[in-house]
Design a protein around this ligand. Structure first.
Ligand code: MSP
Length: 503
């Protein structure tokens, strides 16, 4: 069983496309694994406790619970609007999760990993994080939220993170806990080695909206500890008893996270698991920021685009495609409506849409809607399939996978131009014409199959013209054997409508 997770999103505001980005990436990987006939559990959810959310609820004139109920639904709706289909959606206000968190903390306490102390430092409510010296911006501001930090000095319980230093270092160095890309792994190593670890505050005395500490109900559990344990509670089939062996999909195979939450996931999360002898995730993949106008896209900076806006302009698959191919997965990158428009227009409407239409029209006109059963030209299809599989499976270079398919689609359009089937028809070169059209049909079919994780609805429409569906394709044979010879073609509706004026 493969288990893939996204971070759980704060329900202080509506989702935007940077949240959608991680969730969509996970959906694409999950779909890709399923096509390889793997069993998959894909988890996402919402992070609903803490000061940030309590403040947002108050500002909206709602109780915290009413507020998170509404916002959590909005996240679900957004994912549905993008055809993102998680297997699990965890909410940290779910009583089952709360019980698991309390149980976990009690275990840590009983094992002697927790002690009472005081925490003094600078806190960012936006990040829900105590900042270390190097994370503090000018005049004690948060470099991410550009807002003043709060100076906090309060009684707290602390987790003995420092005890796990050497173990963590070794796990990261040896890739037993694999962190990708390499730069992020180095960042974690250098943080452990140079800056050094400190014990972590795991409770807050003055934040009422949270889960109570089981042994001292005057404290609530620090929202990040509560949140990290979602990956465990969502996988726990055994209920609050928290029995060993009762977690069929634990530990995670792959956890996708943004670069701002790397330390939590690469240091605190594995240390918590080590403390209770649970297995660690296999891999963390860290992606960069979506920026709009050069700034991290975020509600607090007011530079967001919503998933719904994207779907309204490009359709569901268009929105998925522009989002995932706009920037290299892993890096930071600036997006804009005009960039999205260009990707949609060039790669989808012009390259793919036209190709499918032309091939179908020619098969109708010259072959009475039947793909000729003849040998096809080798257009290096097997190489493209391998490239896509590696980019998606081994390296998580999602943009390179779409790039490889797109390059192939462009090549197919050039193949049409250079072989001019209409001329072959005129010249009565029936055999050559049949070969060119059979080559195009097979290449369109395989391209559509490769695109299934990215643009599932469109892929299904294209495959349906050949009377096929994703479910009955054997991915191992793509590019190796012919799938379309002798097939009857059905007409395909226009795939990518022309763009209207800006929303
Ligand atoms: N609730 C925590 C995560 C807890 S996971 C146990 C959180 N939530 S968040 O809503 O602020 O962010 C969730 C994810 O969205 C993070 O991975 C973050 O990096 C990502 N993004 C939020 N804004 C982003 C961009 N502008 N660009 C890319 N991703 C960013 O942190």
């Amino acid at each position: 069983m493969k288990y893939i997770t996204t971070p759980i999103y704060y329900t202080n505001d509506l989702p935007h496309i940077a949240h959608a980005y991680t969730t969509l990436a996970a959906d694409i990987v999950a779909r890709f694994w399923r096509l390889q006939k793997q069993e998959v559990f894909f988890l996402t959810g919402t992070d609903e406790h803490g000061a940030k959310i309590a403040q947002a609820a108050e500002a909206a004139g709602k109780t915290a619970q009413e507020f998170v109920d509404i916002l959590s639904e909005e996240f679900k709706k957004s994912w549905e609007s993008l055809d993102i289909r998680p297997d699990g959606f965890i909410r940290t206000t779910d009583p089952k999760h709360e019980k698991v968190v309390q149980h976990f903390l009690q275990q840590l306490y009983d094992k002697g990993y927790i002690y009472k102390g005081e925490y003094k430092g600078w806190y960012c409510v936006g990040c829900e994080e105590f900042k270390t010296e190097t994370q503090i911006g000018p005049d004690h501001t948060c470099p991410i939220h550009l807002k003043p930090l709060l100076e906090v000095a309060e009684e707290t319980y602390l987790f003995k993170l420092t005890q796990f230093r050497d173990q963590l270092l070794e796990l990261v160095q040896t890739d037993k806990l694999k962190i990708q890309p390499e730069t992020r792994k180095n960042e974690v190593l250098s943080f452990i080695e140079k800056e050094g670890l400190q014990d972590v505050a795991i409770s807050r005395k003055n934040v009422a909206w949270g889960i109570s500490l089981p042994w001292d109900t005057t404290h609530t559990i620090y929202v990040w500890i509560d949140a990290l344990l979602n990956y465990l509670s969502a996988a726990d089939q055994g209920g609050p008893e928290f029995e060993r062996g009762a977690r069929p999909h634990f530990p995670p195979t792959l956890q996708l996270i943004g670069k701002d939450i790397l330390r939590f996931h690469a240091i605190i999360w594995p240390a918590l698991l080590l403390a209770v002898d649970l297995p660690l995730p296999q891999e963390l993949f860290v992606h960069g920021y979506f920026t709009l106008g050069g700034h991290k896209m975020s509600k607090s900076l007011g530079n967001t685009i919503s998933p719904e806006q994207l779907v309204a302009r490009y359709g569901i698959d268009g929105a998925r495609y522009v989002l995932i191919s706009a920037i290299p997965f892993g890096d930071d990158g600036d997006v804009s409506w005009s960039r999205f428009d260009t990707i949609y227009q060039t790669n989808l409407a012009n390259n793919l849409g036209n190709l499918v239409n032309r091939v179908q029209t020619m098969l109708e006109r010259y072959q009475a809607n039947t793909v000729p059963a003849v040998e096809v030209h080798d257009l290096h299809l097997a190489v493209v399939v391998r490239e896509v599989n590696q980019s998606l499976g081994d390296w998580l270079k999602l943009h390179e996978a779409t790039g490889a398919i797109n390059a192939h689609v462009r090549e197919l359009n050039s193949y049409i131009e250079s072989n001019a089937p209409w001329q072959l028809a005129k010249d009565n070169k029936a055999q050559e014409l049949a070969q060119v059209l059979a080559t195009l049909a097979e290449n369109v079919f395989v391209s559509a199959a490769l695109l299934a994780p990215f643009i599932p609805e469109t892929s299904a429409k294209i495959l349906a013209t050949f009377g096929a569906s994703v479910a009955d394709i054997d991915y191992a044979t793509l590019g190796e054997r012919n799938h379309t010879a002798g097939k009857t073609i059905r007409p395909v509706a226009p795939l990518f409508p022309r763009l209207l004026d800006k929303p």
